[in-house]
Design a protein around this ligand. Structure first.
Ligand code: SF4
Ligand code: SF4
Length: 407
């Protein structure tokens, strides 16, 4: 599992390493590099190029033996490339987006992580989280029976799509289900959906972590188990399409579950709500002319090209959006992706989320920092406090604004 030898890399990756122009664009946009970690995507590519060049006198040798590099066998993950370099990546894809010659750094990073995971070589907090996901199906290590406890405070009952038919399955995700800081937002989403007449239901304890970040960490076996479990319960359930509030779940269900036999029409909640506004099924009762800025989640904007729906939704509410310099496909990662939210970030020079709050404040006129991802809500509410900016800007989920404009 994963890349151990040069012969494991694809020809495209080997060509990629040779193609690097050393322009440094990827180095400049990388949030891990900005945070002071040892990761530079440019240096990673150049180190792999040097290793390939020094390893052999001929291609046939690359593909037929392990390389000694004149020093005895040196593993690539954890040897040629320091493991801290590999674990620092947030899988934000900014490097891939900006590279002028189409180098795909992430394929190599994730496959090198896989070989570390295969040997159990990872920090304790990550190991513990993966064990919780394996044992309980969620990263919080709570009983699956508690997954929908947040619904108990609602004045209405949400359908269980395993038992009764609904138009939409709302795939809630771990954070919006278990994290107490997000559960209030989940109830707002549920209430907005109900008031808008959306026919929807949940999988309740049948839902599992969607696996997006488990896959980016490099735990491919666990990812496949999660995907297969979710697909099995969804196959037995009765719904036409999926909506999710979690861009990470959105990405893997939309783009990767088809590999495992699960193909679905899926919406991020901003896209679904915009569609309903455009069809006249949702009508905002008042204009809310706040001045805000908006953070594009990597797994919605860069991975899936969805940057307009949240903006059009805010425009329909009368909101004045002032974008940060790094926005849309050039957005700057919050630092949580690729499993980084489960790893120690105490050694960072500065957290990417704190840098992002400063970027928002530099606009000078944003009352609210609007997010559309549960992990972003957690990361940025924390970053406002830790960067000493309480009272200067407030984090809002887009559903806060939708609820207000509807009321
Ligand atoms: S995916 Fe993001 S964090 Fe990882 S190397 Fe590329 S720019 Fe850096
Ligand atoms: S952006 Fe591409 S070409 Fe430029 S340094 Fe990075 S990998 Fe090399």
């Amino acid at each position: 599992m994963g890349y151990k030898e040069i012969s494991d890399f694809t020809w495209k990756e080997l060509l990629d390493y040779d193609s690097c122009t050393k322009c440094g664009r990827c180095h400049t946009v990388c949030p891990a590099n900005a945070a002071g970690t040892p990761l530079s995507p440019r240096d990673l590519v150049l180190d792999l190029r040097t290793h390939v060049n020094n390893s052999s006198t001929g291609v046939s040798e690359w593909f037929n033996q392990s390389f000694t590099n004149g020093k005895g066998h040196q593993p690539i993950a954890g040897g040629v490339i320091n493991k801290d370099v590999l674990w620092s990546c947030t899988t934000c894809m900014a490097c891939v987006e900006v590279c002028p010659v189409g180098i795909e750094h992430l394929t190599s990073i994730v496959n090198l992580r896989r070989s570390l995971v295969d040997e159990g070589d990872m920090e304790n907090s990550l190991q513990e989280t993966l064990s919780k996901i394996g044992d309980y199906g969620n990263s919080f290590g709570q009983s699956e029976r508690n997954r929908a406890l947040w619904t108990k405070e609602l004045p209405f009952k949400i359908k269980d799509v395993r038992k009764e038919e609904a138009e939409y399955l709302w795939f809630v995700g771990d954070y919006a289900s278990y994290d107490k800081r997000i559960q209030g937002l989940s109830r707002k989403v549920a209430t907005v959906f109900a008031n808008a007449g959306i026919d929807y239901g949940l999988l309740y304890e049948g839902e599992r972590n969607a696996g997006n970040d488990v896959r980016r960490v490099g735990e491919e076996g666990l990812y496949e188990m999660l995907a297969e479990d979710n697909i099995a319960v969804m196959t037995k359930s009765k719904f036409k399409r999926i909506v999710t509030t979690d861009p990470h779940s959105y990405n893997t269900i939309k783009n990767e579950y088809p590999e495992f036999g699960g193909s679905y029409e899926i919406y991020h909640y901003t896209g679904m709500l915009l569609k309903m506004v455009q069809e006249g099924k949702i009508q905002f009762k008042k204009k809310i002319n706040y001045k805000v800025t908006y953070h594009d989640p990597c797994y919605l904007g860069r991975y899936n090209g969805e940057t307009e729906a949240p903006r059009k939704l805010m425009e329909a509410m009368g909101i004045q959006l002032h974008d940060m310099p790094r926005c849309k496909e050039n957005s700057f990662c919050c630092g949580a992706g690729g499993g980084r939210i489960w790893m120690d970030d105490s050694k960072l020079k500065e957290r990417p989320s704190e840098m992002r709050i400063k970027e928002a404040l530099s606009l000078g006129d944003a009352q609210y920092f609007v997010v559309a991802c549960p992990k972003d809500y957690v990361m940025y509410t924390d970053a406002v406090k830790t960067s000493g900016n309480e009272g200067k800007i407030e984090v809002k989920d887009i559903i806060d604004l939708v609820e207000e404009a509807l009321s």
